[in-house]
Design a protein around this ligand. Structure first.
Ligand SMILES: [Zn+2]
Length: 314
């Protein structure tokens, strides 16, 4: 409902359990209730909020849809590309976009955990008007305004462990981005999984997909994903990840509804709140929407919610 509610709720749920770059342990006192076995959360990705095409109204409609769900979601995870674009625009536009995002998010009745996307990064494009020496260049603005000071972090809810990843690396010798988990993050992740996540079912949230069949579906059976449509080192991480109880990888970036179950891991792409950048359903077949995840014990169910947005004519 308002910032104070969300802040208070975050402090209650998150402050003692959030583990960013460090292990987090907490002993339950006799007075504290056991962690919930059943809970619900939503995954909203590729929001791309902007002043144009009714996007603010669309995002607020989506938020109202989330708030009205019953059972009520315990928290919201966003999947990146929260604002239309910070890669190629000037500072006034960037400030306007983030202010819009902040203003809309005050409508949520529950805590929000944000994941970074490529379009949330300031100036990572050769034709950006922002200099690499600018204090806001790169990921700092996301960390300060949406990431509680971090670009990747983890937290616990119930008996589950959630990891919000930064899937956006930088192309060597370039200002351009390249989807990957960098070495520093991988070292942090290995430690986090071995300590904070030990014994718990794990959810990863990554903006760029680890896996997708998007290209084969949209462009042709033998089409391969380009170097910007999948995390390039997901394959090399796989063996390590299989040692842990990773159940679910929530993905975005490609704006399609997709679920790949491979072995014990489900890779779910949650469409896009913005559809095709607020111009209608993506490729005409993936409506504007988001994922609802219901956890019961150590299993989950998933469904996609179309919140009923109709694209506005430009
Ligand atoms: Zn993206």
């Amino acid at each position: 409902m308002n910032a104070n509610f969300a802040r208070r709720d975050f402090l209650r749920i998150g402050a003692s359990t959030i583990a960013a770059g460090a292990t987090s342990t907490r002993l339950l006192s006799a007075a504290e209730p056991a962690p919930p076995r059943k809970f619900r959360f939503v995954h909203l990705t590729d929001i791309h909020v902007q002043p144009e095409l009714g996007a603010e109204r669309g995002f607020r409609k989506c938020i109202a849809h989330v708030n009205e769900l019953r059972p009520r979601p315990d928290f919201v995870i966003t999947g990146g590309d929260l604002v239309m674009d910070c890669l190629k625009v000037d500072k006034a536009r960037i400030e306007r976009l983030w202010k819009l995002y902040d203003d809309c998010c005050r409508d949520f009745d529950m805590p929000v955990y944000n994941t970074i996307g490529n379009h949330d990064i300031v100036g990572w494009a050769d034709d950006s008007p922002i200099s690499p020496s600018d204090m806001d260049y790169g990921k700092k603005l996301f960390a300060d305004r949406a990431g509680r000071g971090k670009v990747y972090q983890s937290f616990d809810f119930g008996t589950w462990h959630f990891v919000l990843l930064d899937s956006i690396g930088q192309k060597p010798g370039s200002r351009d981005y390249l989807p990957l988990l960098d070495d520093k993050q991988i070292a942090w992740l290995k430690n986090d999984l071995a300590t904070a996540a030990a014994g718990k079912p794990i959810v990863f949230v990554t903006h760029v997909p680890f896996y997708t069949a998007y290209m084969q579906m949209a462009l042709g059976s033998n089409s391969l994903p380009g170097d910007k449509s999948m995390v390039s080192n997901a394959y090399t991480l796989r063996k390590d990840l299989l040692k842990h109880d990773l159940r679910l990888v929530l993905q975005g970036h490609v704006h399609v509804r997709e679920r790949i179950d491979y072995g014990k891991i489900s890779y779910i792409q949650s469409g896009a709140v913005s559809g095709q950048w607020w111009k209608g359903p993506t490729l005409g077949e993936h409506p504007e929407g988001y994922s609802i995840i219901d956890v019961d014990g150590d299993s989950f169910t998933h469904h996609y919610a179309d919140y009923g947005w109709q694209a506005v004519k430009a």
